[in-house]
Design a protein around this ligand. Sequence first.
Ligand code: UDP
Ligand code: MG
Length: 315
Amino acid sequence: MPKRICILIPCYNEDLIINQSLDELFVFLQNLIENQLVAPSSFIAVVDDGSTDATWQNIREYHFQHPQYNLKAIRLSRNQGHQTALLAGMLHFQPHYDCVITLDADLQDDYRTIVEMVQLFQQNVEIVYGVRKKRKTDSFFKKYSAILFYKFMQWLGVSIIENHADFRLTSSKVVKYLEQFKETNLFLRGIYPLLGFCSACVYYDRLPRKQGKSKYSLAKMIAFALEGVTSLSVKPLRIVTWLGFSIFLISIALSLYALKSYLENKVVPGWTSTVLPMYLLGGIQLLGIGIIGEYIGKIYQEVKQRPRYFIENEI
Ligand code: UDP
Ligand code: MG
């Protein structure tokens, strides 16, 4: 039996491309339906992540102009970020699909890969990760910062799928379990491998963005990486502990040396040896407090258990 699929698209200020993307995707979806690869009740769902441009109007108009297409949409009450938008859509539309495929609005991820994903799903694979083959279309900086990030995460003991962004298929069953992760600080890429279940990867080439700008500025990218690290690993805290311990050992050695010099009457009032450790220790202490603070901040946000998003509108 063909399955009901949902192609889920998060949108933040994408009025330049959303119509074109929907056109392309609906042609693709109709094709899948005609070839009986997916059920006729399959649909495309858009989550408007509190856009401040005409994205929501465009979606509404598109819906009325194309009654033949099965388009659903929700609008969040404000911008909550890509990850939360994805979760909101997955949870909201969960009763209507057997599996959901999350896809960026700019269609940078080759949507034709969905065929392969759905075939795997029919063979009872619950999670299918879209993995890009090469990073040809990324800027030098984005490419290398990503490589560095994956290596760092591996070193921290966090398992994430390398070169996989948020293009993936998730079964309805897994989404129900995903709902039990109540964290406010959401980093889906890190949570998925924690779930288990039968999973597979499909490979594709990532295309350049057609229109509009990337919504991930440098600052957002750094914040996102930091989010990933601190929400999945406590190793940075342990590093602080080890750093403290190492410095403690060094200070014992230095104390012995100082004592020895004193006993041998070799003490000269030294400026460098006073000032250097002061700077060094001050710096390390601040760094340590900063890292610990980062985690306390996370705890602070999590204990409040605030709602993650509100749905303001629905089509
Ligand atoms: N996005 C979102 N909320 C945000 C930022 C981005 O829903 O706060 C969406 C955006 O509209 C796009 C997807 O997330 O569909 C990925 O964003 P983008 O293409 O800018 O990221 P990049 O491909 O540059 O990593
Ligand atoms: Mg993009």
